[in-house]
Design a protein around this ligand. Structure first.
Ligand code: FAD
Length: 474
């Protein structure tokens, strides 16, 4: 029987006995996928098509026990281990070359207890799965803006979206989690049990083990919310962004507004002549009802002469999917991100300059407003430290072909460099690319020393290293 080669954590490639591999596969409630299997090519694909890796084994887990078996197999064989939730992370750590992928995408269960306002969520659930189940009861918790993103990775890095100003970061709503740690045991992490681990997984990413179950607090939301877009030509960008800055400096916590600069997609509410032209769009969101929403929209319209708009009451779950068509998997993506405490004139100037030279029609610069309840906890209350980041800017380079990589990456990096003098110096760990290992200190900030202590306790051998890694030995 031919041997299967596997990449090890010690940097070697070793042969695995096929019998041992078969025995591992037979212990799984789920499926073990190998090169040559019909499911292999689909199973190794993730959201960012720039990442093209070929794992030796993909354990598509169906249960927490499967995860324990996979972690034990990786430990015993010394195999490089990657953990995949929704497969959306830009850095591509959900998949590895030559190692074992613990693929959680089939563990999508979402159980909502409307009385207790709690949800138990499996590690393969997407934001769309979670929102759909919670909204059946008129409930929600803060999640991100693209419904195909995984709850797991988003939560472990912090998590923010439209509801964050009102209800905090996603991690502020995590009440407990079950974690398969490097020794293969399951730790129930909560404020009362494994409290240090519970602290660390709320912003420290996948460094501490594989979360097989998340429990979240829920809040009454909608089912209808005020939301939509008001779109201006980029030529009016300065007034619009200055208006955005003034508006967001004193916005109610039940309201959120993000700014997006890009080329206009062919949206039905925009004149055809504007399609493909450079725009700045303000995305509006409010849970305060139609009247408050209309007042917000009226204020925003006054920032210029809109090319078009589509605002009004609509189901929260629909708004949570509104950006999906622009964020489909399969394109090549490269991101650069800064946190800002405030939007200085210099940032606005640079944003306008770089938005006027987008290297491809799908590239965009977005400025997300955070603050509100997300700013309330102390920086050391959870591993997510950046409570002073009022704005998170992401330079989203996106295109279809490898030939566009070089100009696209250069554009993103140049813009990132041009805005660095105005930035807070910190970065949202979930927006970091694979080449940004040197920014790990900026991602974990003042919480890095404590994160290292917890890492040493739960994963001293760095079994969970394919992430924005907290090296226990460094
Ligand atoms: P994966 O790539 O599957 O996982 C990312 C990493 O998390 C893995 O490499 C692994 O280290 C770890 N991991 C995943 N699951 C587990 C687990 N169960 N246990 C332990 N470790 C695990 N973020 C926001 O906060 N707000 C947004 O609005 C937002 N919008 C986004 C829009 C798009 C189009 C994309 C691509 C991303 C967006 N993000 C947003 C970023 C998002 O939070 C991260 O990409 C996140 O890592 C995605 O999680 P995932 O489970 O889909 O990714």
């Amino acid at each position: 029987m031919p041997a299967l080669e596997v990449a090890t954590r010690s940097g070697r490639v070793v042969a695995l006995d096929q019998k041992a591999v078969r025995a591992f596969g037979e212990t799984l409630d789920g499926q073990l996928i190998q090169p040559g299997d019909a499911a292999y090519d689909d199973a190794r694909q993730i959201w960012n098509a720039m990442i093209d890796r070929r794992p030796a084994l993909i354990a598509r887990c169906a249960s927490s026990r499967d995860v324990q078996r996979a972690v034990a197999f990786a430990r015993e064989s010394d195999a490089v281990l990657a953990v995949r939730g929704g497969g959306h992370n830009i850095a591509g750590n959900a998949v590895c070359d030559g190692g074992l992928v613990v693929d959680l995408s089939a563990m999508k269960r979402v159980d909502v207890d409307p009385g207790a306002r709690r949800a138990r969520v499996g590690p393969g659930a997407t934001l769309g799965d979670f929102d759909a189940a919670a909204q059946r009861h008129g409930l929600a918790t803060p999640l991100g803006i693209n419904s195909t993103t995984g709850v797991a990775g988003l939560t472990l890095g912090g998590g923010f979206g439209w509801l964050t100003r009102q209800y905090g970061m996603t991690v502020d709503n995590l009440t407990s989690a079950d974690v398969v740690t490097a020794d293969g045991e399951v730790a129930h992490a909560s404020p009362d049990e494994h409290a240090d681990l519970f602290w660390a997984i709320r912003g420290g990413g996948g460094n501490f083990g594989v979360v097989t179950n998340f429990e979240f607090a829920l809040h009454p939301v909608g089912p209808e919310v005020f939301s939509g877009l008001v779109v201006f030509p980029l030529a009016q960008g300065r007034r619009v962004l200055e208006g955005f800055r003034d508006l967001t400096s004193s916005l109610a916590e039940d309201t959120n507004v993000w700014a997006v600069m890009r080329k206009a997609p062919p949206l039905p509410f925009l004149p055809e002549s504007a399609h493909g032209s450079e725009i700045v769009a303000l995305a509006l969101f409010s849970t305060a009802g139609a009247e408050a929403g209309e007042r917000l929209a009226a204020q925003v319209r006054g920032f210029g002469s809109p090319l078009g708009e589509h605002v009004g009451m609509q189901p929260y779950a629909a708004w949570q999917q509104a950006f999906d068509p622009l964020l489909t998997p399969g394109a090549r993506n490269y991101w650069k991100s800064h946190n800002f405490r405030e939007l200085g004139d210099g940032v606005i100037e640079q944003a306008l300059t770089f938005a006027s030279r987008l290297p491809s029609p799908q590239c965009e610069i977005f400025i997300a407003l955070v603050g509100g309840q997300a700013a309330r906890p102390a920086p050391d209350a959870t591993a997510y430290a950046h409570r002073d980041a009022n704005y998170v800017m992401n330079v989203h380079g996106r295109w279809e072909t490898a030939a566009e990589d070089r100009p696209g990456v250069a554009w993103a990096r140049e813009f990132f460099d041009a805005t660095a003098p105005y930035a807070a110096g910190s970065v949202y760990v979930n927006f970091m690319t694979e080449d940004e290992g040197a920014r790990v200190g900026s991602a974990y900030g003042p919480n890095l020393p404590r994160l290292k202590d917890v890492k040493r306790r739960y994963d001293p051998d760095n079994v969970f290293r394919l992430n924005q890694n907290i090296d226990p030995r460094a």
